[in-house]
Write a protein that binds this ligand. Sequence first.
Ligand code: APR
Ligand code: ZN
Length: 375
Amino acid sequence: MATAGKVIKCKAAVAWEPNKPVVIEEIEVAPPQANEVRIKIVATSLCHSDLTYLVESKEEFFPVVLGHEAAGIVESVGPGVTEFQPGDTVIPLFLPQCRECRFCKSPKTNQCEATWKRAGQRDLKESRFTCKGKKLRQFMGTSTFSEYTVLHQMAVAKIDPAAPLDKVCLLGCGVCTGYGAAVNTAKVEPGSTCAVFGLGAVGLAAVMGCKAAGAKRIIAVDINPEKAEKAKVFGATDFVNPKDHTKPISEVLVEMTSGGVDYSLECIGNVECMRSALESCVPAWGVSVVVGWTDLHDVSTRPIQLIAGRTWTGCLFGGFKGKDAVPEMVKAYLDKKVKLDEFITHNMTLDQLNDAIELMKHSKCIRAVMRVSPQ
Ligand code: APR
Ligand code: ZN
């Protein structure tokens, strides 16, 4: 590539300050250093955690380039990279897989010790982005709201080049998060009864995971009645709106299922809903998975809920080890075993990121996919 080894000037959406519109700027992207890969982003989608960071982070965590759900093509590689070549089709991973640490070597987890140290929250020193003489932070080590980005090779998954990148970009976060929570973490069994709380992209993907695992009954729970139809598309058999009931939603679910569901998944990020999800489970063997993200509040229940035999657990990125699982999920989509198109409510370009942010703030979109470069 003519650009290899050189600084690339390109467009990116820069968030200069908390909770202000992002600005499309020309930025400089440095060449990849040792073990790094520079990627041309083809498509990227807005996920809830981009929005949470923009709204809730302190001034000191700006300026930043957000975005972590994306797909693209390798432009050039740094010294020491053997796994990738220019032209490879890839998905960035906000949760890396170094394959060497004690977590990576264990089949029990998808966590990687390198996450927060190296590729997770890149500090300024490690950022390859500059704009107007200022270093920009790389959100989650990825920063995909840019025409080009640089990632550590442990945080990149190589996928089938036949995949449409404006669809499979969704596998970079939300869809794998929900789907894997059902399949890997809850380990939903055939014939079981499940409840999914919250029907954004994550919850709908959890519904799809429950169905793929053979659940007989899947109860979708959301306060927005418009979500009922969409949940059916992914396999929900029942829809319950907590607002239609005076009783606590856990009691409603326990009655509906003669004692409680086998599995529940909280896909909202609300500690009250996490408690409801746990208490909706059958004693003895009910499993409740926390999928929705919050770091602001404590979560609580009475010990008897656990003593009775329920399991309360959680996962990040659906328990998937990214380098291994993302290419398999891409294949599952190409084989029509996993739906992606049905999550996409808006197709846009990177210039329209502020519109996508407004839509997501007002719960008007499930996923807005932005084209960044031609495939
Ligand atoms: N009870 C039931 N449903 C609720 C409640 C509630 N109290 N509060 C919100 N919801 C529903 C909303 O109506 C919406 O349909 O939860 C859904 C949440 O969906 P999105 O906001 O689109 O979020 P999503 O992108 O799916 O992410 C969900 O997972 O990864 C995390 O950071 C992410 O915490 C977020 C969560
Ligand atoms: Zn590791």
